[in-house]
Design a protein around this ligand. Structure first.
Ligand code: HEC
Length: 112
């Protein structure tokens, strides 16, 4: 009996973690479509009208671009910016939502 209760408890824990992940991805997608596709492609694997594909940018780079408009200095090891321009505007109101946007972008990454 104890085991059964434990099992149900663990099961619901796993289930709710999963549901939270999905909610985070849905939110990330919604915010990406609302805030990024004026310039970036609807598909983050592809380049958009003004902004490059962002699929290779790590979270630290996305955070810096969204919070300041600029690439971080120094750049993370191994990361090569797609552009040398400074055309992106900062969108600091998204501060708390960058992890969700990043999680969604990476969830649609095409395998190379
Ligand atoms: C006004 C147009 C515009 C908007 C809106 C915009 N970006 Fe950008 N973004 C750019 C441009 C242009 C670049 C290329 C560097 C530059 O000129 O700033 C870029 C570069 C990036 C990069 C670096 C990609 C790389 O690998 O070099 C990331 C990450 C990024 N943007 C994320 C976002 C996210 C996330 C949003 C929405 C929350 C967003 N951008 C909204 C124009 C925009």
């Amino acid at each position: 009996m104890k085991l059964l209760i434990m099992g149900a408890f663990l099961g619901s824990l796993i289930f709710s973690a999963h549901a939270t992940d999905q909610a985070m991805l849905d939110k990330g997608k919604r915010l990406y479509l609302a805030n990024c596709i004026q310039c970036h492609n609807k598909d983050p694997n592809l380049k958009g009208s003004l902004g490059p594909e962002m699929i290779d940018a790590p979270l630290s780079v996305m955070t810096s671009k969204v919070m300041t408009g600029l690439y971080p200095a120094p750049l993370p090891a191994g990361f090569v910016p797609k552009r040398k321009t400074k055309a992106m505007r900062k969108i600091p109101k998204l501060q708390n939502d960058i992890p969700a946007i990043y999680a969604w972008v990476q969830s649609v990454k095409k395998k190379k």
